[in-house]
Design a binder for this molecule. Structure first.
Ligand code: HEC
Ligand code: HEC
Ligand code: HEC
Ligand code: HEC
Ligand code: HEC
Length: 476
């Protein structure tokens, strides 16, 4: 016969009592947390710096699971003891701890099986979770807070660039900071305590040198680019027109053009702005030869300079929305008409679309119900014959209209038409004209110019058949 283990007298009752569902679940939590933590540990040590959200798993979720398990075990023991005492089945004495003791046997088997499963499943699962937590999908889908940005991102030239490339960038310090804010964001999400919409400009974004310029650099791209923009009138025929311009992007070997003037090596542009960066009363332009000029508006008061944010201009002062561009209704509808997603042969399609898009919808669900319905109803009532003949086209267009709404407006996050300004032009937001308004003057009377042909050459503005396109051999 095997000698029973010499054990403390309280251990046998404890083992008896811990054979209850609540304590067993607690033990599963504990083993899972420990096993998963051991799996994540090497990743956290090796790559934690480049994985901002891993900290949430490592420092928050796993420890919480562990302590939850730790609390469940004694709770189960306490409840079981109470129930056995009440039912008067609490044993007077306990068998010693040995393989003959059925309570002990069951517990050891249970823990062994749970641990083996944890190692097998946990190893794979932790790896998958770790990978997922730093993907763009995690940022965009799990944090529903970022749905507007994720939706726009999926439809952007940067869809293959992970969020963290722009939002974190390389360098240990940045990554530590981002890890802290990752944890803070998560807490905010659970408590529902986050701003809607997320306010911009983002103050803690890395300088473009550390993000954008890892992939793009101003010497590399540029030249002239022909832009042809489709427009449609708000009349019965949705009369089409085109705006044609050549952008003087510059850069490359050219030190002129838009990039050349702001970004060529040696140029420094400093400015002071209001909090939202929409009003810029003071600018200093330093040329590569060291000569600098201050430009300021008439009401600029140098003694109040400190009330304005100071910034050195970089890519992000023009490219505010490289990855999250939200369109305004007229642009979005023009694009959909040009691509015939909204059928442009439907009478009043443009005008009606704008009207419907700009109505007030409190939730996305409400928009899903009302937008397609309003569009279809219009034709059913006003053009019954047309409705009979072209029902499929009308319904397809109605869905395209809803798609525009869902791509650009997010009522749940208070992201409406025009919530986020885009600084790349000057038509919808002040953009370039925050400085280029002929009103920022130097002491000797020179101005930051608004000359219509300084940034682009306007070749045609909303013309029906621009002659220039025919000459360039561009036909529909
Ligand atoms: C190409 C670079 C780039 C990528 C990739 C990128 N972002 Fe951004 N993001 C920016 C810039 C620049 C801003 C700052 C806009 C401003 O300050 O006006 C920004 C702003 C934001 C904001 C603040 C709200 C807003 O719309 O301005 C959120 C939230 C955000 N990004 C989330 C994400 C998420 C989630 C992803 C990945 C799905 C992502 N970003 C990918 C560059 C990027
Ligand atoms: C990890 C690499 C990477 C980073 C970082 C990056 N980009 Fe890009 N960007 C690209 C690629 C690749 C393309 C080209 C996509 C294409 O041609 O379809 C692109 C395209 C662009 C375009 C042209 C879009 C168009 O409509 O033609 C602009 C503008 C741009 N990026 C600006 C930025 C800015 C501003 C930042 C910093 C906030 C940035 N990028 C960060 C890789 C990157
Ligand atoms: C003064 C404003 C301004 C600054 C600063 C600026 N850009 Fe641009 N960039 C533009 C404009 C305007 C365009 C043309 C957009 C258009 O045609 O719609 C452009 C175009 C681009 C393109 C597309 C080029 C092509 O050939 O199609 C890329 C890429 C780009 N910028 C990246 C950058 C990067 C990276 C930086 C920072 C080093 C930067 N830009 C700084 C205004 C600026
Ligand atoms: C923060 C202020 C500021 C903003 C915003 C700004 N610029 Fe400029 N820009 C300047 C300054 C300063 C100069 C140099 C003026 C000088 O000394 O001649 C300049 C010069 C230029 C020039 C060449 C000068 C000329 O008149 O021929 C072009 C082209 C240009 N900018 C395009 C743009 C475009 C396009 C945008 C918007 C996407 C933009 N800028 C936004 C400050 C700004
Ligand atoms: C400081 C640079 C700058 C100056 C000065 C400037 N523009 Fe522009 N403009 C731009 C940029 C950048 C875009 C492209 C915006 C985009 O890509 O969305 C643009 C776009 C346009 C467009 C096409 C936009 C559309 O969607 O229809 C028109 C039209 C236009 N500008 C007219 C003018 C006129 C008229 C003037 C003179 C009062 C002028 N611009 C002066 C930078 C400038």
């Amino acid at each position: 016969m095997v000698e029973p283990l010499k054990t403390k007298p309280w251990l046998s009752p404890l083992i008896h009592l811990s054979n209850n569902p609540i304590s067993l679940v607690g033990m599963v939590f504990i083993t899972t947390a420990v096993v998963a933590w051991l799996f994540v540990l090497p990743v956290e040590i090796r790559e934690g710096a480049s994985r901002p959200y891993l900290g949430i798993l490592f420092f928050v979720i796993l420890p919480l699971t562990f302590f939850l398990g730790l609390a469940l075990v004694p709770l189960g023991i306490y409840l079981r003891k109470r129930s056995e005492v009440i039912r008067q089945i609490y044993p007077a004495e306990f068998p010693p701890i040995s393989w003959e003791n059925p309570d002990f046997r069951r517990l050891v088997k249970f823990l062994s099986v749970a641990t083996i499963i944890n190692v097998i499943v946990g190893g794979y699962y932790t790896h998958a979770t770790v990978t997922y937590m730093d993907s763009s999908g995690f940022c965009g889908v799990t944090c529903h807070v970022m749905k507007p940005e994720y939706t726009a991102y999926l439809d952007s030239p940067h869809v293959r660039v992970p969020c963290v490339e722009c939002h974190v960038g390389p360098g240990a310090q940045a990554q530590l900071r981002s890890k802290m804010s990752g944890v803070r964001q998560l807490v905010g999400m659970f408590t529902g305590n986050y701003p809607r919409p997320i306010p911009t400009p983002l103050k803690d974004l890395r300088p473009a040198r550390d993000t954008c310029e890892q992939c793009h650099w101003p010497q590399k791209f540029g030249g002239y680019r022909l832009n042809v923009i489709d427009k449609f009138a708000e009349d019965e025929q949705n009369t089409p027109a085109k705006t044609v311009l050549i952008m003087r992007i510059g850069g490359g070997s050219m030190t002129t053009g838009i990039h050349g003037f702001h970004m060529k090596p040696g140029v420094v542009i400093e400015y002071r702005a209001t909090k939202d960066r929409q009003v810029i009363p003071w600018v200093r332009y330093t040329e590569p030869n060291g000569r600098s000029t201050e430009y300021f508006t008439e009401d600029w008061d140098p003694t109040k300079a400190d009330q304005f944010e100071y910034r050195v201009m970089d890519c992000l002062d023009c490219h505010t929305r490289p990855s999250h561009r939200f369109l305004l209704p007229h642009d979005a509808v023009d694009r959909a008409l040009a691509l015939n997603q909204i059928d442009r042969t439907l009478p009043w399609a443009k005008k009606k679309s704008l009207e419907i898009l700009q109505a007030d919808y409190r939730t996305t669900t409400e928009a899903e119900q009302k937008i397609p319905q309003a569009f279809v109803e219009f034709y059913r009532k006003q053009y019954p014959d047309l409705y009979q003949k072209r029902r499929a086209d009308i319904e397809r267009s109605a869905q395209a209209l809803l798609a525009i709404f869902k791509r650009n407006v997010f009522p749940e996050m208070n992201v409406k038409w025009g919530t986020y300004p885009d600084h790349i032009g000057h038509m919808d937001f002040p953009g370039c004209f925050r400085c280029h308004d002929d009103a920022h003057k130097s002491k000797d009377g020179r101005a930051i110019r608004q000359d219509c042909n300084a940034c682009h050459e306007l070749l045609a503005v909303e013309e029906t058949n621009p002659e220039i396109l025919a000459r360039l051999g561009i036909h529909e």
